[in-house]
Ligand binder design. Structure first.
Ligand code: G3P
Ligand code: CA
Length: 269
């Protein structure tokens, strides 16, 4: 993944809008990816989960209460888990009002709606399979829908899609079921274990709090399943100082609620 070249002659990290540009619009909504586009940010990071009736939806928490009005609409359905609701029920929810009144009525997108918007916006997607242990087989469901929507077409698959997860088994399943897809493991494996991850992950994506230049160097020294050096996308960096620190450590991407701040702090002058 190539970013801008800095004064020092290095490639600046790619800014990635975390849950969309989630400092400026409600996370994991179409409005949040539109906000990223308005900032000129190409890459968006979003989370996918599965409803009771097998539909894929874009949402971070495994419960609906924090980011929707589910408690008002379905007061007797505690604890309001995504997996206990149908897609039709989730479609009735407001996922924007909690953030700001101007976003009232913004829905929880289905993955299909979401992919179409990201494509229409000309953006690229870092898609996180969230809590795969709650949704057995979700990898095949996600890949099927990506395939149906053209995201696995040869001309697109390498340049506009990465699938990541905290679940190593989930990342491995994606790699085995769709070997052309680039993948990322979320976490900070011990250096000695990195070669095992390099068999199925193209990226190792640690939180910025665990990141060092030495660790990035060790990750970069390995080649991933597509024969290229492993990349590092770190998260969640929302201030200029931390952005400069992780850029100096050599990361390839920075996942941020404020991707404009990160880009401005790390771009070529
Ligand atoms: O992309 C990394 C980051 O999204 C992982 O944490 O909790 O925001 O999904 P979380
Ligand atoms: Ca995420």
């Amino acid at each position: 993944t190539a970013g801008a070249v800095t004064a020092a002659g290095r490639t600046a990290p790619v800014p990635v809008a975390h849950r969309g540009a989630s400092a400026y619009a409600p996370e994991n909504t179409l409005a949040a990816v539109d906000a990223a586009r308005e900032l000129g940010v190409e890459w968006v990071e979003n989370d996918v989960q599965r409803t009771r009736d097998g539909e894929l939806v874009v949402l971070h928490d495994d419960g609906l209460a924090r980011t929707t009005d589910v408690e008002e609409v379905f007061p007797d359905r505690a604890p309001w888990k995504v997996a206990d609701f149908t897609a039709a029920e989730i479609a009735r929810l407001d996922a924007g009002s909690w953030f700001a009144p101007q976003y009232a009525g913004e829905p929880v997108p289905t993955l299909r709606q979401f992919l179409r918007r990201v494509e229409d916006n000309g953006q690229r997607l870092l898609l996180e399979i969230k809590k795969p242990e709650l949704y057995p087989g979700i990898e095949a469901d996600v890949l099927r829908q990506l395939r149906e929507e053209g995201w696995l077409d040869r001309r697109h698959v390498r340049n506009r899609l990465i699938i990541q997860s905290f679940g190593a088994g989930s990342v491995r399943a994606v790699h085995e079921q769709a070997p052309a897809v680039r993948t990322g493991f979320l976490g900070t494996p011990a250096a000695a274990d990195l070669p095992d991850y390099a068999r199925f992950a193209d990226q190792i994506n640690p939180p910025h709090t665990t990141l060092s230049a030495e660790y990035v160097r060790r990750v970069h020294a390995l080649k991933g399943p597509h024969g290229k050096p492993l990349e590092v996308f770190t998260w969640t960096v929302n201030d200029a100082e931390t952005a400069r620190r992780v850029a100096a450590a050599g990361v390839d991407g920075i996942i941020s609620n404020k991707p404009d701040v990160v880009r401005d702090a790390t771009a070529a002058p």
